[in-house]
Design a protein around this ligand. Sequence first.
Ligand code: ADP
Length: 189
Amino acid sequence: MGARRMLLLGPPGAGKGTQALRLVAKFGIPQISTGDMLRGAVAAGTEIGRRAQGYMDRGELVPDSVVIGVAEERLSQGDAESGFVLDGFPRTAAQAEALDALLERMGTKLERCVALVADEDSLVTRLLGRAQIEGRSDDSEDTIRTRMSVYHEQTAPLIDYYRKQEILAEVDGLGSVEEVAKRIEEALS
Ligand code: ADP
């Protein structure tokens, strides 16, 4: 059987969320999106939401201590026992190390990191389009630029981290949802 404990890595707008939902439907495993969980916390006005909001609005990363807690709590729930699709977590070396340590404590490990690859111009165009449709408060042009540079500085180094673990698959993220889904399926089999 193919991998069931997987992670989607890639710059903002690369289609992680869309592809994560396809994997949820295909494998019957939960999507774990720290972005969605943090937006939920902001909307619900929780303490975590209050701590996260400013960073999110500016397009900066929410501090590791906050995000790691959120992700660990979610991964510890029963429905993640037989597999999961991580989407938007980890995003820093510290988060990646915390994830490895947690999975080790749980007696398991990550099986595949799918890195979606796309050029920045296409991504910015996509994100600006999404901004009009979804009205997400962090999809303004300035914030998009910040998120891109944060990605290059803090998250892109994780590609090497997972390459060294020999679980990396790089997948072309440009094309139709269907085409990209097919490439991911191949990378997971
Ligand atoms: P995108 O990948 O399109 O930027 P996300 O929904 O994954 O969107 O994330 C939105 C925002 O939530 C990020 O810009 C950041 O502020 C916060 N966030 C989400 N996941 C993390 C994480 N793992 N670490 C730090 N901040 C995060």
